[in-house]
Design a protein around this ligand. Sequence first.
Ligand SMILES: *Cc1c(COP(=O)(O)O)cnc(C)c1O
Length: 390
Amino acid sequence: MLLPDSRGYFGQFGGKFIPETLSLCLKELQDSYASIKKSKKFNQELDLLLRDYAGRPTPLYKASSLSKELGMNIYIKREDLLHTGAHKINNALGQALLARFMGKKRIVAETGAGQHGVATATVSTLLGINCYIYMGIEDMQRQKANVFRMKILGAKVIPVDSGSKTLKDACSQAFRDWVANVKDTYYLLGSAVGPCPYPQLVRDFQSVIGKEAKRQIIGQHKKMPDYLVACVGGGSNAIGFFHPFFKEKKVRFIGVEAAGFGLSGSSAASLVKGTIGVFQGAKSYVLQNQSGQIKDTHSIAPGLDYPGVGPEHSFYKSIKRAEYKAVSDKQALEGFNLLSKTEGIIPALEPAHAIYYLKKMAKGNKGKTVILCLSGRGDKDLDIVRECKL
Ligand SMILES: *Cc1c(COP(=O)(O)O)cnc(C)c1O
């Protein structure tokens, strides 16, 4: 797979829509990544950290109770068991190590759920690099425990009170910081979004999910699964999971977005409800009004509460390699309960959207084999769920 092309495009999506000031830093990043990616020393160090620090490989767990309940053959890729509780550490470790190889002294990042912030603060501390996290004040309110974690880890959390006070605004502020301090600063982007080379870089670091799952399903099930199902916010866990299966034409990909209050109200379903536009440096599907203003989004899952999506998913949608569905807040809570009650695994609210979708697809797919990417665990979301009075 040679995508993206040399200009950073996946079909018509992606690219680099950026102010002049950013073009040099992106060029430096792209060139450094191209050479470091081939370095044996870099890859050995990353593999060791993924194994001994983050806890890879994560198990592929055959979920017998859930399988019985839904009448499908369900395997769960356990990213929830990783250090810091979600898949985000895969990308954070890769990029922080890249930052160190590039000689950067400062890491900036944005965070929504706080999971990427915690992962970034964690790896920055591990590698001895100063860390600054931008976070919307609405998210800080919703994810107090993660804010506290970042502070314990020694990161500086910078509140963002512009716009909708959530992830996209934090993202814009982090970009501004990078432009102003580019010499010694590395911008550690948390999902497979943004201008080239980020979508590819994040996908590559998250592809460890799909590579392991492919090996594991062959080992345990002796053949390819019928479906891969994952939640899609910016799209990093899903693309890292799907990409290594791209050439397995019979394996169908389903990405599950957040329908929030429902698709006619406020949602975060960029692929299902959005239109093609340019947002945060790339061409992709985005939730915008007719004059191109970005819409306010809503999802019960802070990590899905984002109006854009990675360009590679837009490409998969356009060539029909993947299907994208949307699941509401209420349904996600049902998914949350379903996994907790059948398997004794409390999921994060983001993958709870994908779990609900399993239930929905089960009707027409009895006996089919599905791998669910369980991107994170539910500890961070207990306050939100408690307030919903299940
Ligand atoms: C951040 C997050 C997501 C959404 O991000 P993607 O880039 O779409 O993977 C999903 N699940 C969890 C647990 C998260 O923390």
